[in-house]
Design a protein around this ligand. Structure first.
Ligand SMILES: NC(=O)c1ccc[n+]([C@@H]2O[C@H](COP(=O)([O-])OP(=O)(O)OC[C@H]3O[C@@H](n4cnc5c(N)ncnc54)[C@H](O)[C@@H]3O)[C@@H](O)[C@H]2O)c1
Length: 450
């Protein structure tokens, strides 16, 4: 099928790259001319494991192209995936202006019938508005539109795998015919009939993905409900961690045992400095604002968000308790991205901590395997280092803020030798407390006995 992807960010590039990899012909379009120039030149503007190989191969086989020509890309497409950003407005609601702008162009530039698929995360009833916008803006033409909601559940850092091997594909439609077309688009993935670019034939044999058809409203709500629930789980683990600190228990032991219960599950129970990224913080806000508009006070979500914001205060307090005065101290930061295996720093807790350290007069040296270039633009006064050992050199404290697995494997003895004061504050509970203390560190983590 000829597919157009509008928005070449994390979701757009993964969606486009994967749909091309399973055999579709994909045109990716964006209104950021610089981004398109880079993509046309073969550069992938984000870091995401496997994405560059995937796109390079699809491009060499003539199945993916990049353009800034939105009208042309719309004209040629049978199905259009809208993958533009839906950032938060000041009041927490989702900013849908990019969706509206795109709807206007789709409506005016389309000739035949088009399947218009919302892949961006949007509040319930956006599909209704989108259909109305397409009708209103396109009233002079003869194009016919079928609107579909198809929320994306990929996780940055493993998004190519998540897209090609999903647990479920949720499709919200008005008419069964639209669901059939979506099934056709996803058929290779549903039937696992594609040459997997990641596993080269040796894909894990789990249960096949569920193709779950709902109304558009339900489908839109499913995405917000999932992200908010996962955010709740993290905030729950974080409150438990605080309680463990007060009562002398170990949150890692508590959550590990909790996770053994299949009704609870082990994921998203990690205590730390809280969640960030382009999804959870904005989606939880958008969800309770949506509830508010519907006349409901979804306090549970507001509380989860408050707990998450407090994580930063809690951690910075710990740093201050250990260092006494921050002004004039040299603090090393390991990890900037909001999670490992991505260069995404949007709403990353590490950045808020960086901001506080600088505001208190500390000098900061930082390292992240992928997130430094993007951070540098926002924090030019930080010293960016080539490796963690450079971060540690002369440091009064090292803060571990993103759980990149390679930080676990560091030569911590070498880190110890480089530091002025061997103090480590582990905001992700990545390291083993006993081992760190045996090496002579003063080591503090989250919800584990000091
Ligand atoms: N990042 C994730 O992990 C993730 C996961 C699931 C869902 N989502 C949702 O998917 C959507 C996109 O997220 P993202 O992380 O890819 O965002 P992003 O900011 O990385 O990408 C959005 C892209 O859309 C482009 N764009 C904006 N307005 C445009 C317009 N009018 N015409 C053409 N292009 C336009 C931007 O230039 C940018 O390249 C959001 O709604 C997000 O909530 C994100």
């Amino acid at each position: 099928m000829r597919i157009t992807i509008i928005g070449c960010g994390y979701v757009g590039l993964v969606t486009g790259g994967c749909l091309a990899a399973v055999g579709h012909h994909v045109t990716c379009v964006d209104n950021d001319a610089e981004r398109i120039r880079a993509l046309v030149a073969g550069q992938i503007p984000i870091y995401e494991p496997h994405l560059d190989e995937l796109i390079a191969r699809a491009r060499s086989e003539g199945r993916i192209e990049f353009t800034g020509n939105l009208s042309g890309a719309i004209e040629a497409a049978e199905a259009i995936f809208i993958c533009v950003g839906t950032p938060p407005l000041d009041n927490g609601e989702a900013d849908l202006s990019a969706i509206d702008a795109v709807a206007r162009v789709i409506a005016t530039e389309s000739r035949g019938s088009k399947l218009v698929i919302e892949k961006s995360t949007v509040p319930v009833r956006t599909g209704e508005q989108l259909r109305r916008a397409l009708e209103v803006y396109g009233r002079a033409g003869k194009a016919k539109f079928e609107v579909v909601s198809n929320p994306e559940f990929l996780r940055e850092g493993s998004s190519v795998l998540d897209f090609l091997h999903p647990d479920r594909i949720v499709v919200g439609v008005e008419e069964p015919a639209a669901a059939d077309k979506m099934r056709e688009i996803y058929r290779p993935i549903l039937e696992r009939k594609f040459a997997c670019p990641v596993h080269s034939g040796g894909c894990p044999q789990g249960a096949p993905p569920q193709f779950f058809v709902t109304t558009i409203n339900s489908s839109e709500l499913i995405k917000h409900a999932c992200n908010s629930f996962l955010a709740l789980k993290i905030s729950y683990a974080n409150q438990l961690a605080d309680l463990c600190e007060r009562l002398g228990a170990d949150v890692e032991e508590v959550t590990r045992a909790m996770g053994m219960d299949p009704r609870i599950g082990p994921q998203f129970l990690n205590a730390g400095i809280g969640f960030g990224g382009f999804c959870f913080p904005k989606d939880i806000q958008a969800f309770y604002r949506l509830a508010e508009r519907a006349g409901m006070d979804f306090m549970l979500l507001q509380e989860a968000e408050r707990i998450n914001k407090d994580r930063i205060d809690h951690f910075v307090e710990k740093v201050k308790r250990s260092l006494w005065v921050l002004k004039g101290k040299q603090v090393g930061v390991l990890g900037l991205a909001f999670k490992p295996n991505t260069d995404d720093i949007r709403f990353a807790p590490a950045l808020e901590i960086l901001r506080r350290l600088l505001a208190e007069g500390a000098s900061v040296r930082a390292y992240d395997p992928q997130g430094m270039k993007k951070t540098q633009a926002q924090f030019p006064t930080v010293t960016y280092c080539r490796d963690p050992y450079e971060v540690a050199a002369g440091a009064d404290a090292v803060l571990l803020l993103t759980e990149w697995p390679e930080f676990r494997e560091l030569d911590w003895q070498r880190v110890h030798n480089q530091m002025v004061r061997p103090l480590v504050l582990d905001g992700r509970n990545l390291l083993n407390p006993r081992r760190m203390r045996d090496l002579g560190f003063e080591y503090h983590s989250i919800g584990r006995p000091d």
